[in-house]
Design a protein around this ligand. Structure first.
Ligand code: SAJ
Length: 433
C-alpha cells in the first residue's frame, strides 16, 4: 500500500527528495533529481556548504554553479543543516564519508550519526538509500536496526536500500546521469521502490536481490582496480631489475583486443576510493574467518611505490655523483591523479615526506593545487619555471595534461618520471619508472 503510494509520488514528481551529505556524490545526485523536476532538499552538517548552495553556488568541480543557481531559483533545490526536515521527506539518500581509521578499520561514525538523526524523524512511507561505500552487511546489520521500530517495519512501512556511488570526479564522459545505478533492498518491495526512485532521474538502473549484493558490487569494482594496479606496480619493480621498459610492455600488451585491460604503474595509490574500499572488504571477511590475501598483498605492494620512487631519485642523483641529502628535488604534481584538484591519500605527500626525511630540499608545483597542508604546515606551490632550473632533480608524480613537458625537459637537469609523462621524449636526463 505505502509502496504503491510512494511509487505514484515518484512517478508524478510530487515526492519530496532529500540527500544527506552534499559532497562529490551527494550534490550531483541532488542536482540530477532537481533537474528531473523534484523538489530536493540537501542536508549537510557544514553550514558553509548549505549557505553556498542556497546562494546558488556550486563547490563541486563537476557541478556547474549555473545549474545550482537555476535550480535554487526555481525552488527545486535548497539546503539545510536541520535534519527535522526528514519528517516532510519521502526519500532520503545518505552519501556521507566512510573513511578508514589508521588501523585500516572502517570508520562508520559519519554513517552512524546520520542514521541517528534519520531515526528521530523516520516515518511511514519513507525510502532510505545508503550510498556510502561500505562493508557488505552494513545496511542490514547497522542501518536497519537504527531505523526500524515496532511501528515502522521495513518493506511495509518504510523502505531501505543500498546503492553504490560510482561517481568518478573529473570524468568528462561518465556522470551521475549516465552511469548505470545498482540498487538492492532489504526486501523485494524495497528494491522495487528504490529502482523506481532512481528510474525517475537516471538513465540506467540495475536492481539486485539484496543490500549485501549491492554493497559487494562496489567493493569488487574497486578491489579489481587496486589489485591490478598492484600487479603492474610489481611488474614495474621486476622490469626495473631486468632493465626492461615496463611502459612499452604494457602498451604492447594492450594491443590484445580481448582478455586484457591495461593498468599503469605509478608512485603509489591515492584517492578516497581505491586505496580504501578494498580494506572494507578485507575487514569484513577477516571477521568471517577468511583472509583477503590478494587485497593485503596488493596493499603492501602499492604502499611500497612511494619508497620505490624516492629510491629512483636517490639512484639517479648518485649517477651524477650527488647525494639525495642536500639536493633540491622539485615534485611535479601532487594531486592523486591527473587533471583533478584532490590530494586525498595522494602518494605525493608520502613521497615528499620521504624525500625530506632523507635530507632533500623539496619544492612542488601543481596547476590545480596552489597550496597543501604538508605535515601540519602550509606549503605553497612554486612556479616550476623558476624552481626547476635551480633544482638537482625533478620528480614527476602526477602527469597533469596542461604542463609543457618539452619546456620542462629543457629546464630540468634530471627528471625521474613515475607516470611516463615524458614518453614522447628521448634524453639521458630522463629516468623512467
Ligand atoms: N592509478 C594507477 N594506475 C592505474 C590507475 C590508477 O597508479 O592504472 C592510481 C591513480 O593515479 C590514483 C589511484 O590509482 O592515485 C586511483 O585512481 P583511479 O583512476 O582509480 O581514480 P579514483 O580514485 O578517482 O577512482 C574512481 C573510482 N570511482 C568510484 O569509486 C566511484 C573507480 O571506481 C573508477 O574506476 C575510477 O575513478 C576511474 O575509472 O577513474
Amino acid at each position: 500500500m505505502l509502496a504503491e503510494q510512494l511509487k505514484k509520488k515518484l512517478k508524478d514528481r510530487t515526492a519530496e527528495v532529500g540527500v544527506i551529505g552534499l559532497g562529490y556524490v551527494g550534490l550531483p545526485l541532488a542536482v540530477e533529481f532537481a533537474k528531473a523536476g523534484f523538489k530536493v532538499t540537501g542536508i549537510d552538517v557544514q553550514q558553509s556548504k548549505v549557505d553556498q548552495i542556497n546562494k546558488g553556488i556550486s563547490y563541486i568541480q563537476d557541478v556547474p554553479t549555473s545549474e545550482v543557481a537555476e535550480l535554487v531559483k526555481s525552488g527545486h533545490l535548497k539546503a539545510t543543516t536541520d535534519f527535522a526536515i526528514v519528517k516532510k521527506l519521502d526519500t532520503l539518500n545518505i552519501a556521507v564519508p566512510t573513511p578508514l581509521r589508521k588501523t585500516k578499520d572502517p570508520d562508520m561514525s559519519f554513517v552512524v550519526s546520520a542514521c541517528q538523526e534519520v531515526a528521530k524523524y523516520a516515518h511511514p512511507g519513507l525510502l532510505v538509500i545508503l550510498e556510502s561505500t561500505t562493508y557488505p552487511g552494513t545496511t542490514s546489520e547497522l542501518v536497519l536496526p537504527m531505523i526500524e521500530k515496532p511501528t515502522l517495519k521495513v518493506g511495509k512501512d518504510f523502505f531501505l536500500c543500498f546503492s553504490p556511488e560510482r561517481v568518478d570526479p573529473g570524468n568528462p564522459k561518465f556522470n551521475t546521469l549516465n552511469i548505470p545505478k545498482v540498487v538492492g533492498g532489504i526486501t523485494p518491495a524495497c528494491t522495487e521502490v528504490g529502482a523506481t526512485f532512481y528510474s525517475q532521474a537516471l538513465q540506467t538502473v540495475v536492481p539486485v536481490s539484496s543490500t549485501q549484493v549491492a554493497e559487494m558490487v562496489k567493493l569488487l569494482e574497486n578491489t579489481f582496480r587496486m589489485i591490478n594496479i598492484g600487479l603492474v606496480n610489481e611488474l614495474a619493480m621486476m622490469c626495473d631489475r631486468i632493465n626492461v621498459n615496463v611502459w612499452e610492455v604494457i602498451e604492447a600488451a594492450a594491443t590484445k583486443p580481448f582478455g586484457f585491460m591495461p593498468f599503469f604503474p605509478g608512485p603509489g595509490l591515492g584517492g578516497h576510493c581505491i586505496p580504501i574500499d578494498p580494506f572494507y572488504l578485507s575487514w569484513k571477511t577477516k571477521q568471517a574467518g577468511i583472509e583477503a590475501r590478494f587485497i593485503e598483498l596488493a596493499g603492501y605492494i602499492n604502499g611500497q611505490m612511494p619508497h620505490f620512487a624516492v629510491d629512483k631519485v636517490q639512484h639517479a642523483l648518485n649517477e651524477k655523483s650527488k647525494s639525495l641529502k642536500g639536493s633540491k628535488v622539485h615534485v611535479m604534481g601532487v594531486a592523486y591523479k591527473r587533471d583533478i584538484d584532490d590530494v586525498r591519500e595522494s602518494p605525493a605527500l608520502d613521497i615528499m615526506h620521504l624525500l625530506e626525511k632523507r635530507g632533500a630540499k623539496v619544492t612542488y608545483s601543481d596547476p590545480y593545487i596552489p597550496a597543501i597542508n604538508f605535515e601540519g604546515v602550509a606549503k605553497k606551490a612554486s612556479n616550476w619555471k623558476t624552481a626547476v632550473p635551480k633544482s638537482d632533480c625533478v620528480l614527476i608524480v602526477t602527469d597533469h595534461t596542461g604542463v609543457d613537458y618539452k619546456a620542462l625537459l629543457e629546464a630540468a637537469p634530471l627528471i625521474v618520471d613515475t607516470r611516463n609523462a615524458m614518453k614522447k621524449f628521448k634524453s639521458s636526463k630522463i629516468v623512467r619508472l
